[in-house]
Each structure stands twice: as structure tokens, then as C-alpha cells.
Design a protein around this ligand. Structure first.
Ligand code: UD1
Ligand code: UDP
Length: 356
């Protein structure tokens, strides 16, 4: 079987890593990097530390408006599909790279497979929500990470080709947690010990592109009882500078460059809690037993909230501060995202489908 994988943004390298290492055991993978993320710290670092093979095609699209970025990707991906003629196309998550891959491949021959299908925030102002919905409806193999995500697909009329396999990020983290504990020196480098700091990440458009929200978040984080480590996404750095908040952020928080996956997992594992607006980080926190404070009004990862391990606080500085004062953990944790074998199951289903 020949599978063409489309990646482009940071979380997709981590998800594709989990599946690629199983896929490449017995099948051929053609890796296409759209170039959506291009800074070393958002792209190359993951290829290096996770041993992901060099992309077969790097489309070099880069940052642009949604329409131009997605449109350029669409044209280039179509061209690659026409020359490579894969049996299946693998798409991850909800970025513009995912959507471009979905549109290009669904109008050609290959099976279109979406990993992380069926997730909804029900907030259509998020560009990712539109990307998720359209990708799910353009796919013919869907891999929801949980039963609730499969139910969402069913409620939208998608019942064929749906396989609940669990979450590929769980596969990744099971591997990374141990390796990070052995190899990462990030805690020592920064001078922190387990449980004596808060980790934070912020990059969602609704938070960064809104001065009020970003200021509220900064206010909430700076009032934390513990030091806050903030590996800053370039989008957020740009906005902090633009809003004249950069100096204050650097003075009152431990602002660092984005880190590689192993250092990030070590930080998340060691943090007393995490304050984030990331999708992936909410889940990883759950897998690592680190309570999560989500600086959004809603989440696709509903099981993390229902179980008490995640709390939605929006961009409200008082609620953020209040939640960061708490230092307790729920006693129990359910396992809604599978058993860490999502990648193996995805490859099996793909191979069966390609053989039909
Ligand atoms: C994108 C995804 C988002 C995902 C995130 C993961 C979309 C619509 N958004 O958001 O779903 O959660 O990736 O991190 O697909 N930039 C750089 N260097 C880079 C990449 C971006 O400086 O390597 C800056 C550019 O100014 C760019 C901005 O960040 O305009 C936003 O980048 P973009 O890829 O459009 O969106 P993200 O916010 O990264
Ligand atoms: N991550 C990382 N370094 C960082 C911040 C995040 O390796 O400095 C990883 C994190 O472990 C997770 C993924 O990036 O696997 C999440 O990506 P991001 O928050 O950018 O996107 P989202 O999940 O919100 O789409």
C-alpha cells in the first residue's frame, strides 16, 4: 500500500510520527509537508528529535491569509497526488493543511482518511471548526478518538467508514514520557523541580488577535502563585509586541522559545498544572495526569472536562488566577481515548481498505 501523508503544522508532526513508524514497517509512505510551519522550532526540531524522515515533498507554502494559504496548498497537493497516485491519503487534525489535503484528495481516486475525526467545539468562529467539519465530510475513512466523537459523526449522518481507534497522541506520549524523563534536561536547565511551576501555552487566534483577551490572559498568568513557564508561539510573540505587552510578559513570566516535543512533555509532566488554549496540550495533560486550565470558552475534548481534569475558564483573568491557586487532583481518571494502539489500528484498517 502507498499512503500519502499531509502535514504542515507542529501538532501534525507529532501525530504523524505515531502512525508513520508503524506504517513504514510494511508499507510505503509519501510524506508531504505543506510548509505551514517553517521556523526550526515549529518544524525541523520535530523531524530531528523524532527521527521523522525528510518529507518527500516540501511545498514551502508559508504564512498567508486563510484563503491564499489553503488555495496554494490545494493546488500543490493536487499536483503531487496526480504524479504519485497513492492508494490512500492520511490527514490529521484541523489545520489549513488538513483542509487543503481533504479538498484535493476527495476529488481524486485515493481513500481519504481523517485522523481525529468527529471533534466539534461548536464555535464556528474558530477557523479549525470549519476545517474539521469540511474534512470529516470529505473523508471516506474516519478515525474518531472516542465514542463521543463517533456519535457526533453519526449525528451529522456519517456512519460508514467510521473506526473508533483511540487517540494517536496517546500513542506518542506513551513513548515520549519515558524517553523525556531520561533524556530531557529542561527542568534543570530552567532551574525548576517537579510541581513547583505552572506551564502555559497560548496561540489560538481568538486569544492572540484580540488585545483584551491577550491582556486578560497575561493578567491571570502573572498573578499565579507559582512561576509560569511560557514557551511562546511566534504568533503570540508578535501580538504581545504589537500590543506593547512583550516587556511585561518577559519580566513577569519565564518566557522561552518554543521547545521540542521531549522537552515539552517533560515540562508538562513536571508542571503542577498547565494553562493553555491548545487542543493537543489539553489531551496530553490528561494523559500525563497534569490538571489543565483551558483558556477558552469551549473545547472539543469534552471528556477531559467531564472527568474533572480540565476546566474551561475563557480569557478571564480572575477565573484564571482563581484556578491556578488550586493544588489538587481528581482521584480518578477514565480512559476515553483508547489504549495507545491507535496507530496500529489505523494502519490495519487502511491496509484492508486499500486491498478492496
Ligand atoms: C496553526 C493552526 C492551528 C494549530 C496551530 C498549531 C490553522 C488555521 N491554524 O495555527 O489550528 O493549532 O497551527 O501550532 O491551520 N508563524 C511563524 N513561524 C512559523 C509559522 C507561523 O512565525 O513557522 C507566524 C506567522 O506570523 C503566521 C502566524 O504565526 O502568520 C500564524 O501561523 P499559522 O500557521 O497561520 O497559524 P497558527 O496560529 O500557527
Ligand atoms: N508542543 C511542543 N513544544 C512547545 C509547545 C507545544 O512540542 O513549545 C507540542 C505539544 O506537546 C503538542 C503539540 O505541540 O503535542 C500541540 O501543538 P499546538 O498547541 O501548537 O497546536 P494544537 O494542538 O492546539 O493544534
Amino acid at each position: 500500500m502507498r499512503v500519502l501523508t499531509v502535514v504542515g503544522a507542529r501538532p501534525q508532526f507529532i501525530k504523524a510520527f505515531a502512525v508513520s513508524r508503524v506504517l513504514r514497517d510494511r508499507h510505503d509512505e509519501i510524506l508531504v509537508h505543506t510548509g505551514q510551519h517553517y521556523d526550526k522550532e515549529l518544524s525541523e526540531i520535530f523531524f530531528e528529535e523524532l527521527g521523522i524522515p525528510e518529507p518527500d515533498f516540501n511545498l514551502g507554502i508559508g504564512s498567508d491569509t486563510h484563503g491564499r494559504q489553503t488555495g496554494s496548498m490545494l493546488m500543490e497537493i493536487e499536483h503531487v497526488l496526480e504524479t504519485e497516485e497513492p492508494d490512500a491519503v492520511l490527514l490529521y487534525g484541523d489545520t489549513n493543511s488538513t483542509l487543503a489535503g481533504a479538498i484535493a484528495s476527495s476529488k481524486l481516486d485515493p481513500v481519504v482518511a481523517h485522523v481525529e475525526a468527529g471533534l466539534r467545539s461548536y464555535n464556528r468562529e474558530m477557523p479549525e471548526e470549519i476545517n474539521r467539519i469540511l474534512t470529516d465530510h470529505a473523508s471516506n475513512l474516519l478515525f474518531p478518538p472516542s465514542d463521543s466523537a463517533a456519535e457526533t459523526l453519526a449525528s451529522e449522518g456519517i456512519t460508514e467508514g467510521v473506526h473508533v481507534v483511540g487517540d494517536v497522541m496517546y500513542d506518542s506520549i506513551l513513548w515520549a514520557r519515558e524517553v523525556a524523563q531520561e533524556e530531557s534536561t529542561v527542568l534543570d536547565d530552567l532551574g525548576y523541580e517537579e510541581d513547583d511551576f505552572i506551564l502555559s501555552t497560548v496561540h489560538r487566534a481568538g486569544n492572540t488577535d484580540n488585545r483584551t483577551n491577550l491582556t486578560e490572559i497575561l493578567d491571570g498568568l502573572t498573578n499565579s502563585p507559582l512561576p509560569v513557564v511560557l514557551p511562546v508561539h511566534p504568533r503570540t510573540e508578535q501580538r504581545l509586541r504589537e500590543y506593547d505587552l512583550w516587556k511585561r510578559a518577559r519580566a513577569e513570566l519565564e518566557v522561552i522559545n518554543p521547545v521540542g516535543y521531549l522537552d515539552f512533555v517533560r515540562l508538562l509532566d513536571g508542571a503542577q498544572r498547565v494553562a493553555t488554549d491548545s487542543g493537543g496540550v489539553q489531551k496530553e495533560a490528561f494523559f500525563l495526569d497534569t490538571p489543565c486550565v483551558t483558556m477558552r470558552e469551549e473545547t472539543e475534548w469534552v471528556e477531559t472536562v467531564a472527568s474533572g481534569w480540565n476546566v474551561l475558564v475563557g480569557a478571564d483573568n480572575e477565573v484564571i488566577e482563581q484556578e491556578l491557586q488550586i493544588n489538587s487532583r481528581p482521584e480518578e481518571k477514565p480512559a476515553p481515548y483508547g489504549d495507545g494502539t491507535a496507530a496500529k489500528q489505523i494502519v490495519e484498517v487502511l491496509a484492508e481498505r486499500a486491498a478492496e
